[in-house]
Design a protein around this ligand. Structure first.
Ligand SMILES: [Zn+2]
Ligand SMILES: [Zn+2]
Ligand SMILES: [Zn+2]
Length: 344
């Protein structure tokens, strides 16, 4: 097979796969701008390749968009399928072609407005866009899984400060959702119930790890959290994918997202970096008993705007470790103001 095209390689030591995208040339990098200029970004930046009306590197001109704006990533990690591609190799060096679509979703034309600074209705519009993209890409026969995610902040490797998210739709189910599928199915098999329905009910009853909640969604620092201020957002009702959410549930999700991200920003009075993403039921036609729709927030900051947690040494080679308990992290997020520091 062609190793110059996107493929995935199997690690027989840990049973996991790695996505390899060698065709991905030099991507544009505007991330360093954020470190120095973050506090006073303009509403429009003529040099930003995501702002409305601007030309993208190797891409088209952006239209004068007014709400969320979706386009195909000009430097995709995944490419459409090529019919002649065959899996290859020695049993110890297994590789298979990987196919898919990579898209970018700008939250709004505003270069300076992150999710926690946007109005509730505008966050709702972003969620509806993610939902429509999930439905559209998920309906393609070659797509097995749709990953919606946001990398926020240069520290997370975000290549442009203009608030945006990405969607990578893959042929195969990636490692993390594949592992969660196994655990959720095992719980379902063992108890007849849904793991995250039960966890959500228990967290709502206890309250000590809950950061934000409303009628439709709950955000909490999970009992087993790895990152210092990690948050899991779960639907209170049993749903499996974004397109299943009612208008009221979308509003509920937008509200909980705002509450969590505002508290993040207020914690150290800085635009709080994180990787966030939804785990939705795969669309590969297999059965996923007990799959429950949820989102993970993985922020790296530990003690201040500049002190971050590193996953190195024992954590890389042994297992994750944390000092701050999940209960204390949740309490600190509850104690900060629910009003964004820039808007007070
Ligand atoms: Zn911009
Ligand atoms: Zn459930
Ligand atoms: Zn998950």
């Amino acid at each position: 097979m062609n190793f110059n095209r996107p493929h995935r390689r199997f690690n027989p030591l840990n049973g996991q796969w790695v996505l390899v995208s060698p065709h991905r040339a030099q991507r544009p990098w505007q991330g360093q701008v954020e470190k120095t200029a973050e506090a006073n970004l303009p509403a429009y930046d003529p040099t930003c390749y995501l702002c409305q009306g601007n030309r993208r590197n190797q891409g088209a001109d952006n239209p004068k968009y007014t709400g969320p704006y979706v386009f195909d990533n000009d430097f995709p990690a995944l490419l459409p399928p090529e019919p002649e591609e065959q899996p290859t190799g020695h049993p110890l060096f297994r590789a298979e072609p990987e196919t898919g679509v990579c898209r970018v979703v700008c939250f709004s034309p505003r270069h300076d407005l992150t999710l926690p600074e946007m109005a509730l209705e505008d966050v709702g519009a972003v969620i509806r866009t993610w939902s429509a993209q999930t439905a559209e890409l998920g309906a393609r026969p070659e797509i097995g899984y749709v990953q919606v995610f946001e990398n926020k902040g240069a520290v997370m490797g975000c290549s442009n400060p203009h608030p945006h998210s990405q969607i990578w739709a893959t042929g195969q189910v990636p490692n993390e959702p594949a592992l969660e599928a196994v655990q959720q199915a095992a719980y379902h098999q063992r108890t007849g119930g849904c793991l995250l329905c039960d966890v959500t009910a228990e967290e709502r009853a206890r309250g000590e790890r809950v950061v934000a909640q409303n009628e439709h969604f709950t955000a909490f620092v999970p009992f087993w959290a790895v990152w210092p201020f990690e948050v899991l957002v779960t639907a209170n009702a049993h749903v499996t994918r974004l397109p299943q959410l009612s208008a009221e549930q979308v509003r509920g999700l937008a509200d909980v997202f705002r509450q969590v991200t505002i508290r993040y920003d207020n914690l150290f009075e800085v635009s709080f970096p994180y990787s966030m993403g939804f785990h939705q039921e795969p669309v590969d036609g297999q059965a996923y008993p007990g799959w429950h729709f949820h989102a993970h927030f993985y922020p790296p900051l530990l003690r201040s705007a500049t002190v971050r947690k590193f996953m190195v040494g024992f954590e890389m080679l042994g297992m994750p470790q944390r000092d701050l308990t999940a209960e204390t992290a949740a309490q600190r997020l509850r104690e900060v103001s629910g009003v964004h520091y820039k808007q007070r």
